[in-house]
Design a protein around this ligand. Structure first.
Ligand code: ADP
Length: 306
């Protein structure tokens, strides 16, 4: 599909370049011919028939032919060069679109895969239960509890997907003056977190920033092995620190990628989408999100507003 689009785009480039080139060639041709005609007329008028440099009709026709040939050769050269250059540039123009489409395809594939697991388990459990003629009340309740777990998983995934859609691709969200201290207090809620909060006002969306801090706190608790979690705010920065298992050097460059999960965290609930949402939120605020982590020691996630 992209090869076809690339060829089409090249043809359009060529049509435009050749239209311009032919237009100027015609102007040059007409200019040159009328100049030759003018010289001939001037010589006739001055009766310079015996002059050594008089242009006779044959020479004039020959000169016109040579001008036409030169212009044709020039246009052929322009066509060849712009064909190669156009094909190259069309490739460059379409490259970001191709990459984006591939990413979208991979994303849809990953999302469908994640939905299939709870859906299959839900379907199997319901089918087995429907076939069981002796199903009693307690078994039914157990089944419904398991079904609810699967539904919750799917709901969590759909919430993540909605949030990604809301914040991804630099979408505009309403911005006001927001105190990071208040944001952290909202995100912390009743959780047992050590805080060191200084008032720091930035321009941002309070709900989105609360979501960002909530994601970082959820991870700090999930991967923090029950050890203390600390949040700090000061002059345009938020830091969330945990003392859990940390992140390996192998995982570190990928943790902000969509659906990326380290091998260690595959057993836990999660879809590998939290940090990519956090990054999208930081991006729409023009903020930077960084992580320092040591395996076995813990991690510090820092968001810096410019
Ligand atoms: P998940 O839903 O898997 O937590 P995230 O996008 O939030 O998805 O995180 C991606 C991966 O980054 C996690 O699977 C985990 O391996 C790693 N990670 C994130 N935060 C921490 C943390 N505080 N400590 C250790 N590992 C972390």
């Amino acid at each position: 599909m992209f090869k076809e689009a690339r060829v089409k785009l090249t043809v359009w480039y060529l049509v435009i370049i050749m239209a311009i080139s032919i237009f100027f060639s015609l102007i040059i041709y007409h200019g040159a011919v009328s100049e030759l005609n003018r010289i001939q007329r001037a010589q006739i008028l001055r009766r310079l028939d015996s002059a050594p440099f008089i242009i006779d009709v044959e020479v004039l026709e020959e000169t016109k032919r040579r001008i036409v040939l030169s212009l044709l050769a020039l246009n052929a050269a322009i066509l060849g060069i712009s064909g190669v250059a156009g094909y190259f540039l069309a490739g460059k123009t379409l490259d970001p679109i191709r990459k984006n489409m591939e990413e979208q395809k991979e994303f849809v594939g990953n999302a469908s895969h994640e939905l299939r697991t709870p859906l299959t388990s839900l379907k199997t459990e319901i089918e087995v239960a429907l076939r069981d003629k002796k199903l009693n009340l307690s078994e039914t309740k157990k089944l419904l509890a398991s079904n609810l777990e699967d539904v919750n998983k799917m709901q969590k995934l759909s919430n993540y997907l909605l949030e990604l859609n809301r914040y991804e691709g630099g979408k505009e969200v309403p911005m006001t003056k927001v105190d990071l201290k208040k944001v952290v207090m909202r995100a912390t809620g009743k959780r047992n977190v050590r805080t060191n909060l200084k008032k720091s006002v930035v321009t941002g969306n309070e709900d989105a920033l609360t979501e960002l801090v909530t994601i970082l706190l959820d991870n700090a608790f999930k991967y923090g092995k029950g050890k203390s979690v600390e949040v700090k705010t000061k002059s345009g920065t938020i830091e969330v620190e945990d003392h859990g298992g940390g992140i390996s050097e192998h995982d570190l460059p990928h943790i902000f990628d969509r659906f990326y999960r380290s091998d260690k965290s595959r057993g836990t609930d999660g879809y590998g989408l939290g940090l990519s949402i956090a990054k999208s939120i930081a991006d729409i605020h023009g903020a930077k999100i960084e992580v320092k982590s040591k395996e076995g020691k813990g991690s510090i996630f820092k968001v810096t507003f410019s």
